[in-house]
Design a binder for this molecule. Structure first.
Ligand code: NAD
Length: 375
């Protein structure tokens, strides 16, 4: 089915429960909230502020991103579903009025917890604070009870996933002595490079911002790489931590790594690139399994945020990665497809269940979910 199909046709094909169109003439708000699935619990996903070529493009993006959130949460073993909100703006960098943000907060509030919002591309902490002044259904805020910046936890999850990938290759999860290329050393990549160096790996780093590379050369003795070389360096593990679409028909034939395991979202440009990696004998640890540390960290807020518990849950990413490789072997499918199967099976187990406002959430011990703050 083409993406120009009717919205309800697309929803049916992708398994969405609900799409809410929001408009507020006074503030100029135009937004779409997509709830993909609440089979496992309330849906969670970011609020994205973006300029779209057309409203239909915005709908398709919201549908795609909310489905991806469902798969990520399900694969991570979380009791929550996937959702996403997109706010249509002319300039994502322009300051938003409080009136528009408050109207967005009220629209989220109307869903009564079926959709829980978090920060996403284009959103600022201030935007989220104003939205949160109208609704309790916002997570990831800074301050008491909040989980704060997810990047260190995401990086920790990547390290654990990398251990599982090395174990699959060599029967040994140790990172010591292994050569790892971190492509993109922003929030997650820089933390990852430090953790890898601590574990004794030989770390090489690349970034379009040269000063970010220089900091790591100084601090951990990382080897600097030109951006255009990063993907073709001979190494044990390539960790893409910049943009999506980095594994594609042009780059895959040139890769010289044994495994790919990084934080970037949507690393495969096309679904078939999963097969292309397998054909080259390169082990791909699926991005949405590897980078789940961020949402695992957020989910801890629902039960009273505790950093140690969040780390314990995040460490379990290694078990999930092992299960994915095992399934891939048993079913003769590439790991990306195996991970998707794993996630879809879990969602199917909850099939027929829909979270409704006031229902207990899986983490509230039978009490109705009225606020995200634990009692
Ligand atoms: P970030 O913007 O802080 O870092 C990205 C880095 O990549 C920047 O330093 C940027 O200069 C660099 N970069 C951009 N283009 C590049 C290129 N062509 N080659 C090399 N480097 C390039 O973002 P982040 O928060 O560190 O996230 C990195 C990736 O991980 C993104 O794809 C993000 O969606 C994903 N992710 C992040 C988290 C999180 O907790 N922050 C969680 C899950 C997934």
């Amino acid at each position: 089915m083409g993406t120009d199909a009717a919205v309800t046709e697309l929803m049916t094909a992708m398994g969405h429960e609900q799409v809410v169109f929001v408009a507020d003439a006074t503030s100029g708000l135009r937004a779409i909230i997509a709830v993909h699935s609440t089979a496992l619990g309330p849906s969670l996903g970011g609020v994205r502020f973006w300029r779209y070529p057309s409203e239909h493009d915005a709908v398709v993006d919201a549908l795609r991103l909310s489905e991806a959130m469902s798969l990520k949460a399900a694969a991570a073993g979380l009791d929550q579903g996937g959702g996403k909100a997109v706010v249509l703006v002319d300039d994502p960098d322009a300051v938003r009025t409080d009136a528009l943000l408050r109207a967005m907060g009220r629209a989220i509030d109307d869903l009564g917890g079926r959709y829980i919002a978090a920060e996403d591309v284009g959103a600022t902490p201030h935007d989220m604070q104003v939205i949160a002044s109208e609704t309790p259904w916002v997570t990831g805020a800074e301050g008491p009870g909040g989980s704060g910046d997810p990047s260190p936890m995401t990086a920790y999850g990547v390290v654990r996933a990398m251990g599982a990938a090395l174990e699959e290759l060599d029967g040994d999860a140790a990172l010591a002595g292994k050569r790892v290329v971190v492509d993109g050393v922003g929030h997650v990549g820089a933390h990852l490079a430090r953790l890898l160096a601590e574990a004794g790996a030989r770390v090489a780093v690349a970034d379009v911002h040269r000063e970010r590379v220089d900091v790591l050369v100084q601090e951990i003795g990382a080897e600097p790489l030109p951006v255009e070389r990063a993907l073709e360096e001979a190494c044990d593990v390539l960790a893409p931590c910049a943009l999506g679409g980095v594994l594609n028909e042009k780059t895959i034939p040139r890769l010289q790594c044994r495994a790919v395991c990084g934080a970037a979202n949507n690393q495969l440009a096309e679904a078939t690139d999963d097969d292309a990696l397998a054909e080259r004998g390169i082990l791909y640890a699926p991005d949405f399994v590897v980078n789940a540390g961020g949402i695992i960290n957020l989910a801890e807020e629902f039960v009273g945020y505790d950093r140690d518990n969040a780390r314990k849950r995040t460490a379990q990413i290694a078990d999930t990665v092992r299960r994915v490789f095992e399934l891939a072997r048993n079913e003769s499918v590439p790991p990306g497809r195996a991970a998707e199967q794993l996630a879809r099976r879990r969602i199917a187990e909850g099939a027929g269940h829909r979270f409704r406002p006031g229902d207990p959430a899986p983490w509230t011990n039978g009490a109705p979910l009225r606020t995200l703050r634990p009692a």
